[in-house]
Design a protein around this ligand. Structure first.
Ligand code: GLA
Length: 382
């Protein structure tokens, strides 16, 4: 995590509130594979990163709570007596949502002051929103001794996003951000909400992210529409979630659903299989098998699930023709954000120069490239 970020947040908190804060760091996440499977109660394979949200928070004796967003240089003051989502509330709704969901759980909350900032590029598909939600629920739990478990906390974060932001997200982002482990990825079963930890060592290869800088906005209805389509198909199949669907079962109802919905459900079934194969390949140290699964995942997301965009497709196409890249795919909700790439360590610098130029030629704009460090989940720091 960036010490500079933490220092700046602490300084900003002190300048505004002049008490000693509790410091929290909550990371964003990457996802190796398993996209749009979480809300289908399937499998995902995410990891927490070293980029995230730093939060300074402390109890307050005043009649209102105050939160300062350092990146935006905006202060928000609110009363705990009546919490509603704000129209175009942006960052505020994530925090108000967490506060409201804590109250809904029957917990008495007192006033607090907070300042926060983050270094996850917004719209990159690295879950700055889950990091923000988790930082607040974790900080408030610690400050006021609610005694919530980490699992209870991530469910509060998820509900905040459902009810205050309007994105009917799954549990992957909040889980990875809360439970992340250094140098590891988590094979998460989104039905039981339990994970297995996999130490990650790609040997000669490493992960890099390439941000299209096309900002995805999940609150656009496209994300919720995908979820609805999946639920429609699982209702038709008479199962509780697509996690339980088989290709045979899906084929049996093919004529009763649209071709689009058929393809989406097929994608989910296949992506769940890919997650299992990916985990097995890691276990067997079969690095070469990973690349194909990444490319297949992207193909499904782009042509079946239809959550990619031309910039993401371009980056994956360019990766595919480069023999130094084992595999690549779009990562996260889609419609913009990053691709995740498994690339030969020795070739990173050259590829960076090359892809930056090609992307600029094609779109007249820059892409950004990030290193990835698999890190610990939400924690108290200092
Ligand atoms: C977003 C959501 C997650 C998950 C991914 C797609 O990040 O918040 O719950 O559905 O999209 O895999």
């Amino acid at each position: 995590m960036s010490k500079k970020l933490v220092k700046e947040v602490k300084r900003s908190y002190k300048a505004h509130f002049n008490t000693k804060p509790l410091m929290i760091f909550s990371p964003g996440r990457i996802n190796l594979i398993g996209e749009h499977t979480d809300y289908n109660e399937g499998y995902v394979f995410p990891a927490a990163t070293n980029k995230g949200i730093a939060l300074a928070i402390q109890k307050s004796s005043s009649k209102k709570s105050k939160v300062y967003a350092l990146n935006m240089q905006e202060m928000h003051e609110f009363s705990l007596h009546k919490i509603d989502a704000l129209k175009d509330g942006g960052w505020k709704n994530y925090i108000l949502g967490v506060v409201a969901e804590i109250q809904k759980a029957g917990i008495q909350l007192e006033n607090f002051n907070a300042a926060f900032a983050g270094n996850i590029p917004s719209g990159a598909g690295m879950s700055s929103s889950a990091a923000l939600e988790n930082s607040f629920v974790f900080g408030l739990n610690e400050l006021f001794d609610f005694g919530l478990s980490k699992k209870q906390m991530i469910l509060i974060s998820q509900k905040a996003e459902h009810n205050f932001v309007g994105v009917k997200c799954g549990i992957m982002d909040q889980y990875a951000s809360m439970f992340g482990e250094k140098g590891s990825a988590l094979l998460l079963d989104c039905r039981t909400v339990k994970s297995q930890t996999y130490k990650i060592d790609f040997k000669k290869y490493k992960l890099i992210l390439i941000n299209t800088n096309v900002k995805h906005d999940l609150s656009e209805s496209a994300y919720n529409d995908r979820r609805e389509a999946c639920e429609k198909v699982s209702n038709k199949l008479n199962i509780s979630a697509l996690r339980d669907a088989s290709k045979e079962g899906l084929n049996a109802i093919k004529n009763d659903i649209s071709e689009e919905d058929y393809q989406k459900a097929l994608y989910v079934i296949e992506e769940n299989e890919r997650v299992q194969l990916f985990a097995k390949a890691i276990q067997d140290d079969n690095i070469d098998a990973l690349g194909n699964l990444l490319y297949q995942s992207h193909h499904g997301l782009s042509s079946q699930y239809k959550v990619s965009c031309k910039e993401l497709d371009f980056l994956v196409e360019k990766a595919k023709v480069n023999p130094n890249i084992l595999g690549a795919r779009m990562m996260g909700g889609g419609f913009g954000g990053c691709t995740i790439n498994l690339i030969l360590k020795s070739e990173v610098a050259k590829f960076k120069r090359d892809i930056t130029k090609k992307f600029k030629n094609e779109f007249g704009r820059d892409c950004s490239i990030y290193k990835v460090k698999l890190s610990e989940g939400t924690q108290i720091i200092d």
